[in-house]
Design a protein around this ligand. Sequence first.
Ligand code: ATP
Ligand code: MG
Ligand code: MG
Ligand code: MG
Length: 573
Amino acid sequence: MSNLFLRTLREDPADAEVPSHKLLVRGGFVRRAAPGIYSWLPLGKMVLDNVARVVREEMDAIGGQEVLLPALLPKEYYEATGRWEEYGDTLFRLKDRKGADYLLGPTHEELFTLLVKGEYSSYKDFPVVLYQIQEKFRDEARPRAGVLRGREFHMKDSYSFDIDDEGLRASYEAHRAAYIRIFDRLGLEYVIVSATSGAMGGSASEEFLAVAPSGEDTFVRSTESDYAANVEAVATPAPPALPVEGLPEAVVHHTPGTATIQTLVDFLNGAGLGRDFSEADTLKNLLVKTREPGAEEWKLLAIGLPGDREVDLKRLEAALEPTEVALLDEADFAANPFLAKGYIGPLALLDNKVRYLVDPRVVTGTTWVTGADRADHHVIGLVAGRDFTPDGVIDVAEVRDGDPSPDGRGTLYTSRGIEIGHIFQLGRKYTDSFQVDALGADGKPRRITMGSYGIGVSRAVACVVEQSHDDKGIVWPRAIAPADVHVVGTGKGEQIEEALRIGAELEARGLRVLVDDRKGVSPGVKFTDSELLGIPTGVIIGRGLKDGLVELRDRATGDREEVALAEIVDRTV
Ligand code: ATP
Ligand code: MG
Ligand code: MG
Ligand code: MG
């Protein structure tokens, strides 16, 4: 430490509100360069690298191949997918000397898709998982809390490319398992929640949220099941991918409410139901549609405006004969708070009755239930709740502690979290944009399907501190601590010599060691610094040395023990 580029601070930075921001700055791990932009100093860089190493090891273990793509990107790729506009003010846009438009990459779906298109062309080439650990740039509206929400930050982003949906699901599951191992190794307390897919597009998506009161995300958990969702996604607790394949008919019921025809139209068009819906479809037409098994055309089956219920029932009954049909009405919606709130879910035929699957008597669990999953019924359509909106976003204020869980088991309670990872089944959004096909075994082209998966590497550092600190400083978990042992020599000559000697011995035994060999710094300052820096094990060489004793300290528990000098290395290893 006598020559380490480190100056700790006694005072919290004026702009810091959350513990990780205060402690990472005070401990000299990071320094602010501009709003939302931070430099990583030596100890901070070690922690950042340690997190990155854990991420790399687990990505490599699922067959990921590391690459490094540019962060400076030409406009045209993002224009092709619409994201040049979609990203709005969050995108850092710039021009080169010739006036051509560029951007600083906020995420890299476009470039990875084009990369794979350029190299691979046969089904034999797939699947492939590529990843990078790289700085990302987002002009966040509210950069906050130091590196928790930066405008330049470190992300691991990976992308899977598969020949079919089954492959995509396998790639997604492999990432999910890898993320669990990563966040476990980082010592984080986290939950996996259903998520909306946001600006990425695509379908199934889950977030990993580190539990922290300072978090910007609110999520709900059930008291009785493992149901968990970001409140942004509670309106659509099931994966939005609809089980339409092989459905004989589709029935859509929509009650009047805040959802407009356009929101329903948009949703239906995004759902791949096999035909295009337009606003020109009247509300009546939208309400109930059907398709004969195998038929190309959809036809109007029944209408669903409140005043027309008699007609609905008759026509629906006629079409679905001999099925007994029950159309949902206001009472159904009133009886199920989730339908009332904006749930969109499947309708099923069960016991010759039309049921909506969110009904706890019909099905438990949040997965879509299709004929393939349950032999005794099959899904025939969709039901949209009163406040349904296409992106599933509902007012937080709307989900309250004590609301019933959408899977029918228990009630919900809310907590705060910080998004540390996000996994998406993107599907073919990007491969459609860039027409990425591979030649199948049958000689026919197959459109490649994609997943994208992110981890906030720099954010994870801050999350660990949020969860692991006390009033004296940081308590690093060993896996990512800047060192295993902090050997602190107090006094002037002899103790410091001994500290350096013990440090060298511990290093020779494979430990990472930081030695406080500063002269002219009081023991009190050294101890305060040591607690602030948060290295898991402390070895204090002080006055006891003359009696052959040193002190072994555990940063997490605060335990202290006098140990004979001769034994300290063996005890520490
Ligand atoms: P948030 O909801 O917090 O804004 P996001 O959903 O926009 O995050 P993604 O696009 O899913 O983020 O990016 C993948 C990961 O990158 C996130 O899960 C998060 O851990 C990290 N990340 C995103 N934005 C930032 C940021 N501004 N600073 C630090 N890390 C970030
Ligand atoms: Mg964001
Ligand atoms: Mg998010
Ligand atoms: Mg996200």
